[in-house]
Design a protein around this ligand. Structure first.
Ligand code: GDP
Length: 296
């Protein structure tokens, strides 16, 4: 049913890169996400951001960058399993005092199989036992060759804890994004991915969606997994009401009839009747799958 017409070249515009931060546990993924967010909150908002909607967007030198705030490797494994690729660039955090660890290797495999460029954040550079050349040597063994050694992988030394050299990370993201020439058509019906979801006792089902194509607007009829509805309200990553969310933008979507699952692909359809039909098909498929699983 997906008779998507080709995008007209003239409708395509530059879109923000979507970044996932990966790495071994305790190497500093959360610290880096938080540090970047805090350093880039507009004046007056500082400290006011408590909203956590699965993704956030910052502006660096007039360019937007979206960060996916998904723990572990879920952004790759779960979402890709459901046909949604949410990452343009992977930041691989490696603690300089610990080096390459099992989840580091796993992360490399995920990024490679998704064909996503990797930027290495050599973290905890402030620590006594920090040994960035060891990190380089160990990553070489996994095929990641630093630019300064003739390869194509950028290694940026940072301290997420002390906010040291976050600029270096952001600049490298922008340069990498430029080479990828990421574009999208904001005029299309929206398509995105559910990053997180919950049931609010007052508001009802809420889905945090990262819009990947088109523009999502109030009043749009939406489907995600076995949920559907009409967009009643949209909030941006600062918790403010907004009329629309476009390419690479995160938004809280209110209007689903039930709570969709994280990783579900969300898209806008013509009308509610169509939405219901799609959901019925999805339900049927799932039930068949469940039955087959029981048989085996
Ligand atoms: P995650 O499991 O990868 O998300 O790691 P966290 O961000 O939770 O960090 C794990 C621990 O390392 C925390 O205690 C952080 O305070 C600490 N940490 C993170 N980044 C740095 C850093 O740059 N320097 C130092 N000294 N500690 C850090």
């Amino acid at each position: 049913f997906n008779l998507e017409s080709e995008d007209k070249e003239s409708d395509l515009i530059e879109r923000a890169p979507i970044i996932t931060i990966m790495g071994h546990v305790d190497h500093g993924k959360t610290s880096l996400l938080d540090a970047i967010r805090e350093a880039n909150v507009a004046d007056g908002e500082a400290g006011g951001i408590t909203q956590k909607i699965g993704a956030y967007q910052i502006v660096k030198d007039g360019k937007k960058i979206s960060f996916v705030d998904t723990p572990g490797h879920e952004a790759f494994t779960e979402m890709r399993a459901r046909g949604a690729q949410v990452t343009d660039i992977a930041i691989l955090v490696v603690a300089a005092d610990d080096g390459v660890m099992p989840q580091t290797v796993e992360a490399i495999a995920h990024a490679k199989s998704a064909d996503v460029p990797i930027i290495i954040a050599v973290n905890k550079i402030d620590k006594e036992g920090a040994d960035p050349s060891r990190v380089k040597n160990e990553l070489m063994e996994h095929g990641l060759v630093p630019v300064e050694w003739g390869g194509d992988v950028e290694f940026i030394e940072i301290s997420a804890k002390f906010g040291q050299n976050l600029e270096g990370i952001l600049d490298t993201i922008l340069i990498t994004a430029e080479m990828l020439e990421l574009k999208g058509n904001p005029k299309k019906r929206a398509k995105g991915v559910v990053m997180e979801s919950r049931l609010d006792p007052k508001v009802g089902p809420i889905a945090d969606v990262l819009v990947q194509e088109g523009t999502l607007k109030i009043g749009d009829i939406i489907v995600a997994g076995e949920s559907y509805g009409k967009v009643r309200a949209l909030l941006n990553d600062k918790g403010e009401k907004t009329e629309a969310a476009s390419l690479s933008q995160p938004a809280e979507v209110i209007g689903f009839n039930t709570v969709p699952e994280a990783g579900d692909v969300m898209y806008v359809v013509q009308n509610e009747q169509h939405a219901r039909r799609i959901v019925e098909e999805v339900e049927k498929d799932r039930k068949l799958n469940d039955q087959n699983k029981k048989k085996h």
